[in-house]
Design a protein around this ligand. Structure first.
Ligand code: UDX
Ligand code: ADP
Length: 473
């Protein structure tokens, strides 16, 4: 099976960068990325590369090289499906908010709609690849939907369409997506049709070593993605649970993480403490896992993984309580500067960002927030802080692209992302700008706290139990 034409349904954080890299590495394949969101497609086609809908380091250069040549963005879903040899499904699969499985199961309505469109408009032999993270056995659903079109074609005496369904989960992390795609630890392909698998392998072989391409059965591939994310999230919850213990005992989390991570069996990645993991995947995937476990009656397993999400929620709550406590038990009317609103540095994505929960808690307590983020827009923050029941959240926060503005007359500043900018702040200026007693809450442990303390700022840094006695008030 020779792949000359690819269609990717969904031009989001996964579909956009992934197709850009495939286009760059496979100049002989035409790639059409389609989306029902017209604005998003217009943004991908924007002449001004600073206005692409997604910020990823290095993405703009690839778009510049490939767009209009072998990479195209379009709203014409049906036509681009009809000419494709291979279709990636990269649509969103958020946690269901209502109905059966609400709060845990993934909402598959966009996958379902995509499969139906493929079933209607595909022609001849088509490989259908699940790219979005999906619950185990979704491939079965897709296969069943695709079968329907064959039945119809047979009834109408037309040539039956042939579909091969593969799972090829994406492991890229936002902020490093382009590098992750170009130098993946592994590419995982699940399926049971050798020709289709080999066609998809052929695409990756253009730039990925063969030894890094792993093939498994469909269900192992689907499950591996959930488990990989659950393991990563589990490490973060583990280290975050230890931050509280460090603060209580006088230990220091970076020393503990270094000592523990030096054991080659454990390794030192994903041991950075923080305000709680965010992003579109971790929470959703673990809840999905919990749902599947319960479905199969594995309640102990479900409880075990649910604990990872519980600790994450607890960490966010714990941090807002500490801020309130340190500011003499009341933050009503006090100005608090927020440094970073995205769920991590180097992205404009705020999905499940710890900043949303922490800012809402502070606003409910009556604080006035001044928010800085270098990549997130005012409109995005406005939509994230919108709360139907809490009209109190309105007009009590402002947004600025000037870091030092947020420190003017502030009682406290809170560092919520690990942006490089926050590592070299001018603490002399900040100290002059702030009201006394001034507080810095570093939820990422990245700030030069010695300099801040030297400038008479009280510091709380996550997991730094050794700091508590040194503050001056
Ligand atoms: C994650 C997985 O890493 C990726 O493989 C998968 O495809 C999608 O989900 P992503 O959510 O984009 O990627 O970013 P990641 O770097 O994993 O960070 C997730 C969250 O964990 C962020 O909020 C980050 O700040 C936090 N984190 C990460 C920590 O708090 N500590 C760490 O040590 C690492
Ligand atoms: P992810 O992080 O998984 O890429 P996003 O929400 O960023 O998720 O992107 C998913 C994209 O899929 C959105 O732009 C959405 O409009 C698009 N989408 C959802 N359903 C369909 C569909 N049936 N046809 C085409 N595009 C779709």
């Amino acid at each position: 099976m020779k792949i000359k034409n690819i269609c990717c349904i969904g031009a989001g954080y996964v579909g956009g960068p992934t197709m850009a890299v495939i286009a760059d590495k496979c100049p002989n394949i035409q790639i059409n990325v389609v989306d029902i969101n017209e604005q998003r497609i217009n943004d991908w086609n924007n002449y001004d590369l600073k206005k692409l809908p997604i910020y990823e380091p290095g993405l703009d250069e690839i778009i510049k090289r490939c767009r209009g040549k072998n990479l195209h963005f379009s709203t014409d879903v049906e036509f681009n499906i009809s000419i494709a040899d291979l279709i990636f499904i990269s649509v969103n699969t958020p946690t269901k908010t209502q109905g059966h499985g609400a709060g845990q199961a993934s909402d598959l309505k966009w996958v379902d709609a995509s499969a139906r469109k493929i079933s209607q408009h595909a022609t001849g032999e088509t490989i259908v690849v699940e790219k979005s993270t999906l619950p185990v056995k979704t491939a079965e659903t897709i296969k069943n939907i695709l079968k329907v079109s064959n039945k119809k074609n047979k009834i109408n005496s037309l040539d039956p369409k042939k579909f091969y369904v593969l799972s090829n989960p994406e492991f890229l992390a936002e902020g490093t997506a382009i590098n992750d795609l170009i130098n993946p630890d592994r590419v995982l392909i699940g399926g049971d049709e050798p020709n289709a698998i080999s066609a998809l392998c052929g695409i990756y072989k253009n730039w990925v070593e063969e030894s890094k391409i792993i093939t498994t059965n469909l269900w192992s591939s689907e499950l591996s993605k959930l488990i990989a994310n659950a393991f990563l999230a589990q490490r973060i919850s583990s280290i975050n649970s230890v931050t509280a213990l460090c603060e209580a005992t006088g230990a220091n989390i970076s020393e503990v993480a270094m000592a523990v991570g030096s054991d080659s069996r454990i390794g030192n990645n994903f041991l950075k403490p923080g305000p709680g993991f965010g992003g579109s995947c971790f929470k959703k995937d673990i809840l999905n896992l919990v749902y599947i476990c319960k479905h199969y009656g594995l309640n102990e397993v479900a409880d075990y993984w649910k604990g990872v999400v519980n600790i994450n929620n607890w960490q966010k709550k714990r941090i807002s309580q500490i801020i309130n406590e340190k500011l003499f038990g009341t933050i009503a009317g006090k100005k608090i500067g927020i440094l970073g609103f995205a769920f991590k540095a180097n992205t404009n994505d705020t999905r499940e960002s710890a900043a949303i929960t922490i800012c809402k808690e502070l606003l409910i307590e009556g604080a006035k927030l001044s928010i800085f983020d270098e990549r997130v827009s005012y409109e995005q923050i406005k939509s994230d802080l919108k709360d139907k029941e809490d009209s109190i959240l309105k007009n009590t926060w402002t947004f600025t692209k000037d870091i030092y503005e947020i420190t003017k007359n502030a009682d406290a500043i809170i560092v919520l992302t690990e942006s490089e900018k926050f590592k070299s702040l001018d603490w002399e200026v900040i100290s002059e700008n702030m009201r006394s007693p001034s507080w810095l809450f570093d939820t990422r442990g990245i700030v030069d706290i010695k300099k801040a303390m030297k400038n008479n700022i009280n510091v709380w840094s996550v997991g730094s139990g050794d700091l508590i006695k040194k503050n001056i008030y």
